[in-house]
Design a protein around this ligand. Structure first.
Ligand code: XLS
Ligand code: NI
Ligand code: NI
Length: 438
């Protein structure tokens, strides 16, 4: 760690339990506490994201940044980059978070040509490597920022310009290499500009082929490097593009299947992206888990009154509980984790707000973990679901599921059974049981 402290007044955050009124303590996140066979630290695998936490300024489309974090005040951009990284490792260490995540351009500034840019990135990766070693903090995933620079206005892998495609490929190549160097557990592709604003100037079929080529090239490079981290696609339906190709979990699945990539990718599901797609967080996680695609999670929330990606810190206990229930039922996160892809509100201008924000998110997910473990141990909700599908466990149900029943067999059954209705779905009862856990 550097000699300077960026959060002088903040101690290492202790666990004090539910009775505590210390705002700089955890009330539920107790890293070493064992829940359902594993410690909270192992289950939750929290990560701090570099972009919002260290580089966020509170800027929005109506106003410039209004938060000047002390690490951003420097004589030049490389000094600021070093300071931001020192501050992030201090934040992560004081929170007791085991992981971090970054985009290449979050940690080092872009220069006028790629080789100079790569040199600056290498300098910051050296620094990150030293800090990871001295703190024990690990990299959950890295990624390339393929959306901020003007060259990417028309997409990266789906740019109409082949020069831009080549630049994107070079950037992804480098970002995978540095992620590998830092021992990253994964690598994310989020395609904010992989989409379109109008089909009148867009060849959608060709865009899809190009995007798949970029993914295949990345897989080949990963194998050549011997990088064993997991690749993820992060679905999002829109914003900044009007329509994004990685719309939701199900459309990503179709893309991966069509282009023969499904063995090489899992999904990174973000709560606010789910709601933008008209789904719940629960839906996206359940789809991913049900198709062996649940890899990692961007833990945040939207504002139901606003139709955009507000990336707020997650504080909704029921939402988080549904998420943890899917995670536990699918056997837990392995390479992935819970990355706080979340930003402070524009009016939260004090560095200590980063602590309040993360403490709130961590306590919410810790409670959600405990509640979901209890829901699973009780088995009441599971049992109701099992009963609802019980007829499928009959001889007829099995013969349909295993493909041996014919239309003629089913007709014979229907003529005999004369079905008019089925048993109650019991939604109100189920919701009452669920509320009983909170
Ligand atoms: C933006 C995305 C982005 C990805 C990483 O909406 O959530 O932050 O997580 O590129
Ligand atoms: Ni995200
Ligand atoms: Ni987002």
């Amino acid at each position: 760690m550097s000699a300077t402290s960026w959060f002088q007044d903040v101690p290492n955050i202790p666990f004090e339990g539910p009775g505590s009124d210390n705002p700089l303590a955890f009330t539920h996140y107790n890293a070493d506490e064992v829940v359902a066979g594993q410690t909270m630290r192992e289950h939750l695998r929290f990560a701090v994201c570099y972009w919002h936490s260290m580089r966020g300024t509170g800027a929005d489309p109506f106003g410039v940044g209004c938060r000047n974090m002390p690490w951003s005040e420097a004589d030049n951009d490389m000094q600021a980059a070093h300071q931001a990284m020192d501050a992030m490792f201090e934040l992560v260490t004081k929170l007791g978070v085991p992981f971090w995540c970054f985009h290449d351009r979050d940690i080092a500034p872009e220069r006028n040509d790629l080789s100079e840019t790569n040199a600056k990135l290498d300098e910051m990766i050296d620094h990150a490597e030293r800090l990871q070693e001295s703190t024990g903090v690990r990299l959950l995933w890295g990624t390339a920022c393929l959306f901020a620079h003007p060259r990417y206005m028309g997409g990266a892998g789906t740019s109409p310009s082949v020069d831009v495609f080549a630049h994107a490929a070079a950037q992804v190549k480098k970002a995978i290499e540095v992620t590998h160097r830092l021992g990253g557990a994964g690598y994310v592709f989020w395609g904010g500009r992989e989409g379109y604003d109008t089909l009148l100037n867009t060849d959608m079929r060709r865009d899809g082929e190009h995007l798949a080529r970029l993914m295949h090239l990345a897989v080949e490079h990963k194998q050549a490097l011997g990088f064993e981290g997991q690749f993820y696609i992060e679905p999002k339906p829109c914003e900044p593009s009007t329509h994004q190709y990685d719309y939701d979990a199900q459309s990503c699945h179709a893309f991966l299947l069509k282009h023969d990539l499904v063995d090489h990718f899992k999904l990174n599901i973000e709560a606010n992206h789910a709601t933008l797609a008209g789904h719940t967080f629960h839906h996206e996680l359940d789809y991913a888990a049900g198709h062996d695609l649940l890899g990692s999670i961007d833990a945040n929330r939207g504002d139901p009154l606003l139709g955009w990606d507000t990336d707020q810190f997650p504080t909704d206990l029921q939402d988080a509980t549904m998420a943890m229930l899917v995670v536990l039922q699918s056997g837990g996160l392995t390479t992935g984790g819970l990355n706080f892809d979340a930003k402070l509100r524009r009016q939260s201008t004090d560095p200590v707000d980063l602590f309040y924000a993360h403490i709130g998110g961590m306590d919410t997910f810790a409670r959600a973990l405990k509640i979901s473990a209890q829901i699973m141990a009780d088995g009441r909700l599971d049992e109701l679901k099992r009963l609802r599908y019980a007829s499928w466990d009959s001889a007829l149900g099995r013969s349909i599921e295993d493909g041996t029943a014919s239309m003629v067999d089913l007709e014979a059954h229907a003529l005999k059974a004369n079905v008019q209705a089925i048993d109650s779905g019991r939604q109100e009862l189920i919701e009452n049981i669920l509320n009983g856990y909170f």
